[in-house]
Design a protein around this ligand. Structure first.
Ligand code: HEM
Length: 296
């Protein structure tokens, strides 16, 4: 597709004489003997179809003004020295999107019941088209997201990005970290096999050792005297509804602040001297020379 077709017709640069197609083409030498060819219906339809995507975008833009927002997001200035470590946040975001998409497909077949959960996962792995692949992506993707979020947090910490004015974004990030870990923890129980069952027993007991809120937290997570059907339902609803909603909202706030505040320059770069500033020695000389200026 030519780039032109992405630009709404009124905004396109007009073709130079002799270039382009249709009525804007080279003028025929003799209009009487060879009048310009009128485009056929099919040609007209073709050119309108070519304009359709740009027209649709222009239609949405006129009603939402979204281009300002999108160009602000995509064409931000970034500080000098921005490097590969700055991609870790976007990589975490990508991992989250993969988890969300694969999770939707798994939810089409998963049954959150203590008697059927394991069978439904076996069904996904053995019978459903690409089921094992999607399940594998979700399972390994959870570890990938946890690793990436820690690396991203390390980057922002070592680059001093938690300092003024980005403290709030750091705090939002800490909440995102806790929610991501809770996502991984609640998801682990869902296959309801021996490993996930006993790992969750251990995890819930560890939560119970926390100060003050620990015992309440483990009671809340267990949802009963022993880990069982109610625990599975509770983990499922937290994993499927509560946490994704909260994470999406917080990622929105996180991104808003990244765009609003911009990213930090690497700490080893020193601020540049403003261009055109005269060296101090010259200023001093000037002050002495004219006799009247204030001396430093
Ligand atoms: C779902 C999890 C997260 C996502 C999707 C995410 C995404 C991003 C993205 C895309 C950026 C801009 C590019 C970059 O610097 O990498 C960013 C910046 C930032 N993130 Fe995160 N992040 C997440 C979690 C966290 C965590 C756990 C922390 C820290 C506790 C954190 C703290 C920050 C800070 C302070 C910035 C500003 C960096 C700067 O100004 O240079 N984020 N985040």
């Amino acid at each position: 597709m030519k780039l032109d077709s992405l630009i709404p017709a009124p905004l396109r640069r007009p073709a130079k004489p002799g270039e382009g197609d249709g009525a804007k083409g080279a003028a025929p030498a003799d209009l009487k003997t060879s009048p310009p060819e009128r485009p056929s219906d099919a040609q007209r339809l073709g050119s309108r179809a070519k304009d359709a995507p740009a027209d649709a975008l222009a239609w949405v833009d006129q009603r939402t003004g979204a281009t300002g927002f999108v160009t602000g997001m995509l064409f931000r200035k970034v500080p000098k020295g921005t490097n590969w470590f700055y991609t870790l946040g976007s990589a975490t975001l990508f991992a989250f999107i993969v988890q969300a998409v694969t999770g939707v497909f798994l939810a089409m077949f998963y049954v959150p019941s203590s008697t059927e959960a394991y069978a439904s996962i076996s069904h996904i792995n053995n019978d459903v088209f690409l089921g094992a692949f999607v399940h594998g992506m979700h399972k390994w993707g959870s570890s990938v997201m946890v690793i990436l979020i820690f690396l991203h947090m390390g980057r922002t910490f070592f680059f001093g990005a938690y300092k003024y004015p980005r403290e709030l974004n750091w705090v939002i990030g800490v909440v995102l970290l806790v929610l991501t870990m809770t996502m991984a923890f609640t998801g682990y129980l869902l296959p309801f096999d021996q490993r996930s069952f006993w790992a969750s027993v251990v995890g819930i007991n560890i939560n119970g050792t926390g100060p003050v809120v620990g015992p309440y937290l483990s009671d809340f997570l267990r949802a009963g005297p022993e880990l069982g059907a109610t625990t599975l339902s509770r983990f499922y609803s937290i994993h499927m509804l509560l946490l994704p909603g909260a994470i999406i909202a917080l990622i929105g706030a996180h991104m808003y602040l990244v765009v609003k505040l911009g990213t930090t320059a690497p700490p080893w770069l020193r601020a540049e001297k403003p261009k055109g500033a005269a060296p101090l020695a010259q200023l001093d000389a000037g002050a002495k020379g004219d006799g009247g200026g204030p001396s430093r």
